[in-house]
Design a protein around this ligand. Structure first.
Ligand code: GN1
Ligand code: MG
Length: 351
């Protein structure tokens, strides 16, 4: 690996040596390395071309959005330019990007209202900073990425094609998703029909895609692979899906997976406070559907992959995708009760 990474770095620096390489595990799609060199510490990422076949589109989106944010003084990561002035390298059987390492901690959940408030406020400012980005310049690199009804129908097809063994071990989860899809169908349709407007959003705002310093202060958002037109509700829901849980998305002991109401409330009020100038009345009135929407969509995606014998997400053991499905559904059940009780969110609510 070290040799490959050195080949990449030589496109950026005439002379450079590597002292150590660490593989980072928090992403489920790309390969990511932290590399200590004679020129500083860098993050080198190889983009997964199976998931992102339209690599030119991905590069177009992420480079333009990152450069735009920087030009508008929104603090974020920067991609290094090669000696030839490009923000990526095609070599060693792949497409690679390099950025400076930012000293930080990776969080998988949020455990304090202070951090939840920072996360909600930051995400709203991120969305605000992209309000005037020319959306038509973005390419839809993964079609229908957050088209929840399609995610559900893909799941239904995978149930029909799965091995009897996997179908049986997931029978409770399959039944649960089928019984609960109604709860989020109105919001899924409102987004699909653009009653909830399309905006430039990140589309992958799990908490591990935000960097914090050791005092718990939020430094920046990372991973612009899926920046595309979408709904702010997707980003809100995905940040809360991971942030407002008391355990990582693949916790095996479900008794440790609880919905953190305090984190939820702190995040939502900070987001609304910072976002009040750009949120539409429709977005505002549907905001509490964000989390159940993304929880159930993500459950469909993990469960589909489990039934397809794990062809999409990186897995470390046999039932990994089924475990991930269980945490999403367990949270969904708790979230549904909390939101019904606290915010009067109901089945078949008109949006
Ligand atoms: C994937 O690669 P990573 O870890 O940033 C996935 C997200 C999922 C997430 C679940 C392109 O993100 O959509 O929410 O795993 N990214 C893609 O952990 O499918
Ligand atoms: Mg990602």
């Amino acid at each position: 690996m070290k040799d490959q990474l050195l080949t990449i770095l030589k496109c950026y620096f005439d002379t450079i040596t590597i002292s150590s390489v660490e593989t980072l595990q928090s992403g489920l799609i790309n390969s990511t390395y932290k590399v200590d060199t004679s020129r500083g510490i860098f993050i080198i990422q190889k983009i997964n071309q199976k998931v992102f076949p339209n690599i030119q589109g991905v590069l177009n989106n992420k480079i333009n959005v990152v450069n735009y944010l920087q030009a508008n003084n929104f603090k974020t990561i920067a991609f290094l330019a090669t000696i030839n002035g490009e923000f990526f390298v095609e070599a060693e059987h792949g497409v690679w990007q390099v950025s400076k390492y930012i000293p930080s901690t990776v969080q998988h959940i949020i455990d304090s209202p202070k951090m939840a408030g920072q996360l909600g406020g930051y995400l709203a400012r991120f969305h605000a900073a992209l309000t005037n980005f020319p959306m038509s310049e973005l390419i839809e690199t993964i079609p229908d990425f957050h088209h929840t009804e399609k995610r559900y129908s893909n799941l239904l097809s995978s149930i029909a094609n799965a091995s009897a063994e996997r179908r049986l071990s997931a029978d409770r989860e399959i039944a649960y998703v089928q019984a609960n899809f109604d709860f989020i169908q109105p919001i899924a349709k409102a987004i699909q029909h653009k009653t909830i407007p399309q905006k430039v959003v990140h589309n992958d705002t799990k908490v591990s895609n935000f960097l914090f310093n050791s005092d718990g202060d939020l430094l920046t958002i990372i991973d612009f692979d899926t920046v595309m037109p979408g709904s702010v509700l997707h980003d809100i829901g995905d940040a809360l899906r991971t942030g407002a849980s008391t355990a990582p998305e693949d916790e095996q002991d479900l008794s440790k997976v609880r919905f953190n109401e305090t984190v939820y409330d702190a995040f939502i009020s900070a987001y609304i406070k910072e976002g009040q100038d750009f949120l539409t009345p429709q977005e505002l009135s549907a905001i509490h559907f964000s989390l159940p929407l993304i929880l159930l969509e993500q459950a469909c995606r993990f469960l589909e992959d489990y039934l397809n014998n794990d062809i999409y997400y990186e897995v470390s053991y046999e039932n990994h995708n089924l475990i991930r499905t269980k945490t999403q559904l367990h949270l969904f059940e708790n979230v549904k009760h909390y939101l019904s009780k606290t915010y009067n969110i109901q089945y078949n609510q008109t949006l």
